[in-house]
Each structure stands twice: as C-alpha cells, then as structure tokens.
Write a protein of this length. Sequence first.
Lengths: 294, 311
Amino acid sequence: MTTVFGVPLPAILGQLTLGLVNGSFYALLSLGLAVIFGLLGIVNFAHGAFYMLGAFAAYIGLQAFGINYWFALLLAPMAVALLGIGVERLCLRHLYRLDPLYGLLLTFGIALIAEGVMRDQFGVSGKSYPVPELLRGVVDLGFMVLPIYRAWVVIASLVVCAATWFLIERTRLGATLRAATENAQLVQAFGINVPIIVMGTYGAGVALAALAGVLAAPVVQVSPLMGSSLVIVVFAVVVIGGMGSIVGAIVSGLSLGLIEGFTKVIYPEASNIVVFVIMALVLVWRPAGLFGKE
Amino acid sequence: MRARIAVYVVLGIAALSAPLLGIYPVFMTQLLCFAMFACAFNLLLGYTKMLSFGHAAYFGSSAYVTGWLVAVHGWGTTAGILAGIAVAMLLGLIIGAIAVRRQGIYFAMITLALSQLVFFVCLQSDFTGGENGLQSIPRGRLLGFISLDRDAAMYYFVLAVFVAVFLFIRRIVRSPFGHVLEAIKENEARAISLGYKVDRYKLVAFVLSASIAGLAGSLKALTLSFATLSDVSQEASGEVILMTLLGGSGTFLGPVVGAGIVLTLQQYLSERVGAWVTVIIGTIFVICVMLFRRGIVGEIQARFSKGGSAP
C-alpha cells in the first residue's frame, strides 16, 4: 500500500475529502462575510448564529411541518434572511455612521441572543438530520469510498460561490453594488435606492450563512453551539484571504479546509489550531491578507 | 470635582467595610478580580480604542500558570502570581506584536482568533487538566507569613492590589505616555505624521493590559481555588467587553461598575433562568450599543459636565 509520511494513502485522501467539505463551509461563510463587509463595512459576528439558525430551520421544518431537504434548501435561507433583514432594519441601520466596532459588538450581542434562545428551546445536545434519500449511499472511487452527500456539499457550495462571484463581478446589479461600495452618495444621486440595496445585501449574506447551515445539517450534529466556534475560524479565514475580497474568501476557505484535513493526518493535535497559526504567519508576512489590497 | 471625591470616599468606605456588613467575601473578592480585569481591558478600548476580543487568553492562562505552580509544584503564593503575570506578559507581547499590525475590526478579529488558539492549547495541554481544569489550588501565605486561608484576609489582600492597580492605570492614562495613547485614539494618522511610533505605543499598552489581566486571573484562581477552561474561553472575553461597555469605556470607574452589575446579574440569574442568562447578556449588549454607547458612568459624567467637554 502506498504511504505518505508513514500514513496510508487512503487515510490521507479520506481526511482531505473531509477537509474539502469543511472548506466548502468556510468558503460559503466567509463569502457571506465578505459580501456584507464589502457594502456595509460591518463584520457580522452573528454569521455563525445565522448558520446555526439555518440548520435549525431545516430541522424544525422537517420535524414540525414535514418540509423535505430540497424545500428546506430554499425556504430555510429565506426565513433566516428575513430575520437578518429585521436586524438590519431595527439595529444595524443606525450604526453605519459610527465606528465599525459598534457593528461588531451589536452582532455579537445578536449572536448571544440567538444562541441562548435556541439553547433554552433545544438544549445543547446535538440533533441529527437525515441525509436526503437521493443522496444516500457511497461511490467507490477506487482509492477511497466517498459518501455521495459529501460530494454534493462540495459541488453545491462551489456552484453557489461561483454564482455569487458572477452576480457581483459580471452583472449590472453587481456593478451597482460595487459602485455603492465605492461612493454611496453618488449612486444615490443616480436615483438608485441605496438603503434597499444595503438591506438586500445583508439579507443575501445572511442567506448564504443559513444555506451553509442547511447543507451542514446532515453531516454535523445540529446544535445551538455549532456556529459559535466556527465563526472564529471563519474570521481567521477572512483575515488570511483579505477582507472584502470575494475570490480571496472562496479560495482561502477551500484551501484552509484542505490544510486542516491534511493536518489531521500528520499531526491531529494541531488540526484545530492550524488555521490560527497560518493566520499569524500570513499577518507577519502580508498584513493585508493574501488577496487584500492596502 | 467635589462630587467625584465624594463618590470615591463612599466607594472606599463601602469596600473596606463590605466583609463586616455580611456580604459574602468570596463574591466580593471575585468581583474585585473581574473589576481589575475590566480596568485592564479598558486601558485598551477606552484610552486607545483597541478592541481586544480575546482578553480571556491572558486572564485564563495566568490563572492556569499560577494554579499549576502553586498546587502541583508547591510554589509560594507571591512567586506563583508573579510567574502568572510573566506568562500573560509574554503572551501579550507575542499576540500584541502580531495584532497591532492591523487596526480597528481587523485588530478585534485577530485578537479573537489568536485567543482561540490559546484556548485550544489549554484544552489539549496536560498541565491544565483539560476539561476538568485545576482544582483545589491552595491560597498559601502572602510573602511567606500572612495566611490567606481566611476569606476576609484574601479579600483585603485583593482589595489592596486592586487599589494599587486602579491608581497605576490612572497614572498611566494621565502620563505623557497616556496622552500619546489618546492622540492615537483620536486620530492615528495624525499621531503617525507627528512622528510617533504608533505601533510601539500600542504594543506597550497591549502588554501592560495583558499583564494586568493576568494579575487579575491569578488572583481569581487563588480566590476560588480553581482554574478552568471558562477562564480562557470566548465567553469570558465577551463578558469583560460587556462589563467595560456597560459601565462606560474610557472612564476610570466604568469598568468597576460594569463588573459589579454583570457579576451580580450572573450570580443572581444563573440559578433561576438557565440559558436565558445568555439571552439577557446579549440583550444588554444590544441595548448598550443602540442606546447608551457612553455606558452608565459615561452618561452620568456627561450629564454632570453640562455640555462641557466629555471626560
């Protein structure tokens, strides 16, 4: 059997696939963060909470209303996005002119509220969400056995990431968004309703987080705490990629997932700190992040 | 000015007589530790506008180091505390040197991520006792002869340290060094153009704050005789932010008031409402950010100074 660093190759490939799945979640989440930061200038600490709420929306939908996975994939992000829009209208809107630190603190408070409410309702133990029938089973790739659902997660998030990139970089709506980022007043003078755009952007970013939550529901345990430590890793990913860079968010999300998976093979103890170590190294070498401009 | 002196006198008398009034001294001591922690944090947020989102890293690791040296290796209390401060200082130097390379929200995210690294190291290290933490840390004797086993003795010791730290921070803020920090807070670009090596000033402030946070952590470990993962956790970092924000960042007494309110609230609510403590803390965060960003003490001071310059 082929071995690398004394570890059998199938084990490495298995961990790398797992890493790629995690990387897909990092990419989706950091993409949402980057989109929100780009236009609103706010670091959305509640991102992990919205991811958790997305997973719970799917879980509750299935348990209470019998909504299947495919509808949940559509409905849960919409429901959570509505919640996000409420937050934007009621609170965030009033903070745009202040120091961005206040936005961070506010969304931190929102995250605590969401977590506390869900903990009170569902406790801390994880709930399992069934893998949809269509995606059950495995494919034998020869060198490893790959659960179909995991492949689906990677493909689905890659498609969503690509679509988001296309929307922002290649369409008229995206051009308006980017223009509003550069100079909101000028865009407003052209008769474009910037506050609505800002609201929609926040909703879209939140929907991306919730979508990641639905995708994650069958592979992780659905629990109120699932987002709180993930959001810190995603912050590190975003710092590494360079905040506000769409491509940076996607690329660094996926590659850090892979690196994490690889670390699990060669030095498992370091697997949950490797992202932070890389962040520290990147900051020493390139303070603006790999894709950042400064 | 006269009102301010009166406030300090009342607080001083209250602090000195608290154990005699039958208030549980361990709680009061714990409160002083967190107040010290919040004052250290305020040195960064309030006077330099650096939001460190991972201050529990210094508080908690110092608590672990002191606890480990005193409980396992039989070090003296004073030596244990000093070693804890030294570790917090070193950690602050390393993390600070990386974090001051970026400003504002980036600084916050970097300190948060690196403190999570510290958390995982504490979780996986052997000396911290992992999930169980360190238990039954003896308080020992101060300088080798004053026993701290009595709760009141521990309280007065921590009170003395707290007053010293409080005056020390006041002294720093009002020193020429403190004025440079204020200049950085108001307009960093201008401070740079005036020729100040801004990063160096920020790093010194960061290391000072981390060391004081470490001192608070050591004292907390000795007071409650345990050090656990919750001391280095993200939750503890969030709590110290809330204490400072609620009490009033950039005021001397604000963090003390905030620590008092948050700790009392937690003590009172945790048995009664369970998970709702988190909801309530989150709600206070939202209210603070939306309605009174100056905090309780800040709002009172602004009202008293009647349109004059804010303190």
